[in-house]
Design a protein around this ligand. Structure first.
Ligand code: API
Length: 262
């Protein structure tokens, strides 16, 4: 019987199990265990699980798994949560450079606790699929403006896009958007969770960039994104098709610490 300490953090309602795996005692290839730990009834329950590991030349490495147990791509809300975790266990102070699936990320904590700025990768490619936008902000995203988002069938429509012939093999995260004051409201069907989540950080980032592309103006932007689980802010610079200095800002909160034996 093995016993492991695990932590739960959440960022705008996107929730994660985090394990300090610097001693590499957790088997990252054990998909069925990760799936069970993320299960909302038979396990702890989470949208994803992250391992914090050593990485030469960086404060740490973030290994991300979706709730289906499979190793995923970049997770924006998870990135903020693992930064908060790294500070809580004394690995970092108020800023960091860490390694993730899509490369190196810089992040810093703001004075008001639990609000973190996470730098995301630059984006130079935006494609279209009908009236939807396709871009990769560390994870692949499909972005479509809809009317009456409040009552939109996000799971049904999201699933049909994600399992369509175009996206079936690699999957895609599906974001439905409507204008909301000086920003946007977003609801996301997440690949690998195969359900709507309360927030998707790389998705919120993709929406902000796609809407700036659609509007056609260049410059520096601060785009508020309202999600079911709270509020995020996306800051970036746009020069034609090139998006740089992209930051995802939002909350990252400790939920609980526990022990699990299996
Ligand atoms: N489900 C995503 C990864 C997590 C993205 C989301 N939780 C975020 O905050 O960016 C995928 O497999 O592409």
């Amino acid at each position: 019987m093995e016993t492991r300490v695990f932590y739960k953090y959440q960022g705008a309602g996107n929730d994660f199990i985090i394990i300090d795996n610097r001693k590499k005692l957790f088997d990252r290839d054990n998909e069925s265990l990760i799936r069970r730990l993320c299960h909302r009834r038979f396990g702890i329950g989470a949208d994803g699980l992250m391992l914090l590991q050593h990485a030469e030349g960086y404060d740490f490495e973030m290994i991300y798994f979706n709730a289906d147990g499979r190793e995923g791509s970049m997770c924006g809300n998870g990135g903020r949560c693992i930064v908060a975790f790294a500070q809580d266990i004394g690995i970092i102070a108020t800023k960091t450079d860490f390694l993730a699936a899509d490369g190196v990320h810089h992040a810093r904590m703001h004075d008001n606790v639990d609000w973190i700025s996470l730098q995301m990768i630059d984006v130079q490619q935006i494609a279209q699929d009908g009236d939807a936008y396709l871009l990769d902000t560390g994870s692949p995203h499909y972005v479509r403006l809809v009317a009456n988002l409040e009552n939109f069938p996000v799971v049904e429509e999201g699933r049909s896009v994600r399992y369509s012939d175009t996206y079936r093999s690699n999957g895609v995260n599906v974001n439905f958007v409507e204008a909301d004051g000086d920003g946007y409201r977003v609801r996301t069907y997440e690949r690998g969770v195969e359900d709507e989540t309360l927030a998707c950080g790389t998705g919120a980032t993709a929406v902000a960039l796609a809407m700036a592309w659609r509007n056609g103006t260049d410059g520096a932007f601060e785009t508020p994104i309202r999600v079911e689980g709270g509020n995020l802010m996306i800051r970036f610079e746009k020069q034609g098709r090139r998006f740089t200095n992209v930051f995802l800002e939002g909350p990252a909160e400790f939920v609980f610490k526990g022990e699990l034996s299996w």
